[in-house]
Design a protein around this ligand. Structure first.
Ligand code: ATP
Length: 676
């Protein structure tokens, strides 16, 4: 709760009701947030600012929130920032009349392009006072920059960035910005550049903003009645908004609904609906079947095959349904008898990748099924042998603009959960009921659409047999799920204790593979001289918003993959590690090159150990020793194209794995949001 007292003074007095939200006002708030590491304070500053927006310019609430979370739209719109360093450096140079060489030298010294921009902007003489930037204006300009495509797009992007930076207020940038003081202050140029890079680095996780928005709305509603809300009302608002956001992670949908209907009626008016993908529920790893039995002791559970393909969420509305397909989705596709979309684990649109699925969908749907949201796995299928193919086969499929007639690798959809059916959200129903509804809604067609195979048993020997059978059927192992009661509800975006994965390959090790971000590389020796021979990998710490190094890796690569990585990663080389890379500064520990934190690799390890060379989970486990967790004998498995760097394995997950391995503590914590 917000026990933190902030001054009630307007954070930005020049901004009048009805006027567009000044970007400088948002930057002032960002700067305050940047100066603290306390969660409560961060949330309070954020909430205070949103209250101000609600009071003065509610129409700007959506762009304000989006800029706070460093996004331009909900994930499913597929609009991303993350503009490369070299492009931004050119634009900073062009907009401030400083040479690229000087900018590069500054970047080498400072290592934060945002601060380089602030410094460059501060040095510029004020010829004329630029028209103040507004939040809506910055959001719109960034949207244009992010969506410029085609011939000459780089040049146009640079020109647009230059325009934006030229308009950044010199006064608020600070004429003589002392970048060592106040982290550069509320400089507009600094925050524009960081936003362009896709790394605002304020510790403003999605969850913080959801909570801050909930508080802002509750305060706003109470003050309309001349009252102050109490703790209970704040907590209630928080819980409503969190649950609505987990079903509809889209401020474009939620904000208008809450403004129209108020917090108390938000749930009825803003529900899971086909067209807006929800963040999938995820599983916790286990190291043995006995661990599963321990965790689910006395409960009913089911053991499903864990198929090794790509997670997919299929949304569908039949032509003769009264249910609407959310208009928020620009790319919804018409199919035979209805409208449908396929979304990835990341809420990206996969419809152009799987026209073969969309083409056949209506033939699997029973006549009584008018609308649904289906959770499933698409798996490569051997048509001749009538069996599942390894994941690698699926990876050979084209990712975009696939034509049905060109499809070489056929896929079969394995359905395992039903989240919405015939106008009703099912997420809060017990899994047993959801599964029955799923089985009633479709017809199985061999090699095209199947229900995930399962066995409902709590006998160790029977689970062992199911595990063996799943592996024989080319699956990775089992997904063990709670069947009854509230614990078996679908928990969007949670890595939940109520879903356990048992992966055959990892049973003797730490229970799972890890998905790690490539931060640097070492030049190869001997046969590997023309490529990188080893790499520095890191996990993600969402609360500190830093990538923490976890191992060097040089095993598991074929010559061809090393060549491929060399040519791909060359493009990502940066001069210095970013300020949000937490790594050892020892001379011997520096890689030959550093990269932008983009690629995510799945990696196997024998076990985990503590090491002064690495930083993973050091603040959670190091107990003042500065030692982080590190991987012993890491081995490359595959590239995780479906994960962004912020979806890599988190330090908390690594700490949990380490503790379980060391039997330091039993892993019985509550379900946690995967992102936080
Ligand atoms: P990984 O896929 O490497 O295990 P992850 O982080 O993507 O990691 P997890 O929660 O660890 O996801 O594992 C669950 C994944 O397994 C789901 O995202 C889904 O893609 C896949 N899967 C396969 N079969 C099932 C099933 N029967 N039930 C749920 N998920 C399944």
């Amino acid at each position: 709760q917000t026990t933190f007292k902030t001054t009630t003074k307007d954070p930005y007095p020049d901004w009048k009701a009805g006027e567009p939200v000044p970007y400088a006002a948002l930057c002032t708030t960002f700067s305050k947030i940047e100066m603290t590491t306390k969660r409560l304070e961060i949330s309070a500053y954020c909430s205070l600012f949103l209250r101000q927006v609600l009071r003065l310019t509610p129409n700007d609430l959506v762009p304000t929130i989006l800029l706070m979370i460093n996004k331009l739209a909900a994930d499913y719109a597929g609009i991303e920032l993350g503009i490369g360093e070299s492009l931004i450096m050119k634009a900073i140079g062009d907009s401030t009349g400083r040479s690229l060489q000087v900018i590069k030298a500054d970047q080498n010294e400072i290592g934060d392009l945002g601060l380089v921009a602030a410094k460059s902007r501060g040095k510029q003489p004020t010829m004329f006072k630029p028209k103040p930037l507004t939040v809506a204006g910055v959001h719109k300009a960034l949207l244009t920059i992010a969506t410029i495509e085609g011939h000459g797009s780089q040049g146009r992007k640079i020109a647009d960035i230059k325009k934006l930076l030229s308009a950044a207020d010199v006064a608020s940038s600070g004429k003589n910005v002392d970048i060592t003081k106040d982290k550069g202050g509320p400089s507009e140029a600094k925050f524009i550049v960081r936003t362009l890079e896709g790394k605002l680095r304020l510790g403003l996780a999605d969850k913080t903003v959801v909570v801050a928005l909930a508080h802002a709305i509750v305060y706003h509603e109470a003050s309309a009645k001349g009252k102050e809300p109490n703790t209970e009302q704040l907590a209630k608002g928080e819980s409503i908004l969190k649950s609505v956001y987990s079903e509809i992670p889209s401020y474009e949908v939620i904000v208008p609904a809450v403004l129209d209907h108020g917090m108390s009626k938000l749930r009825e008016n803003c529900k899971l609906q086909p067209g807006v993908p929800l963040k999938p529920m995820l599983a916790k790893p286990t190291k043995s079947i006995t661990e599963v039995l321990d965790r689910f002791e006395g409960k009913h559970f089911t053991c499903e095959y864990k198929y090794d393909g790509e997670r997919a969420q299929i949304h569908y509305v039949a032509n003769d349904s009264t249910q609407e397909f959310a208009t928020a989705v620009p790319q919804a596709g018409k199919i035979d008898k209805g409208i449908a979309n396929i979304f990835s684990r990341n809420s990206e649109d996969l419809s152009k990748k799987y026209p073969d699925i969309l083409g056949k969908l209506s033939t699997w749907v029973k006549g009584s099924t008018k609308s649904f949201v289906l959770d499933c796995e698409t798996v490569a299928w051997d048509v001749e042998e009538k069996k599942v193919l390894p994941f690698q086969q699926l990876m050979t499929r084209k990712k975009k603009d696939v034509k049905v007639e060109d499809v070489k690798v056929k896929v079969c959809v394995f359905a395992f959960d039903m989240l919405f059916l015939n106008g009703e959200a099912l997420v809060n129903k017990p899994f047993r009921e959801r599964r029955d509804l799923l089985h009633d809604a479709f017809n199985e067609v061999q090699g095209e659409f199947s229900f995930a195979r399962y066995g409902d048993t709590s006998e160790l020997e029977e689970i062992q047999v199911l595990l063996e059978d799943s592996v024989k059927a080319s699956c990775e192992g089992l997904m063990v799920k709670m069947l009854d009661g509230p614990e078996s509800s679908y928990e969007p975006s949670k890595r939940s204790q109520n879903w356990l994965k048992v992966k055959k390959d990892y049973l003797s090790g730490i229970g799972d593979s890890l998905d790690l971000v490539v931060l640097g590389a070492y030049f190869g020796k001997g046969k590997r001289t023309s490529v990188y021979g080893a790499f520095l990998l890191a996990c993600w710490n969402p609360s500190a918003q830093v990538f923490e190094t976890v191992c060097n890796i040089g095993t598991g690569f074929s010559e061809a993959t090393l060549e491929q990585f060399h040519s791909e990663l060359k493009e990502e080389v940066i001069d210095k590690p970013k300020p949000f890379y937490s790594h050892s500064t020892g001379n011997k520990d520096q890689p030959d090159v550093w990269f932008e934190a983009k690629q995510v690799w799945e990696v196997k390890t024998a076990d985990l150990t503590l090491s002064p060379r690495y930083k993973a989970a050091a603040d959670q486990l190091g107990a003042g020793t500065g030692k982080g967790v590190s991987l012993r004998f890491p081995r490359f498995v595959k590239v995780r194209d479906d994960k962004k760097s912020e979806q890599a394995t988190t330090s908390r997950q690594i700490a949990e794995m380490y503790q379980r391995q060391e039997s330091v503590a039993k892993n019985k914590g509550p379900a946690v949001d995967d992102d936080f």
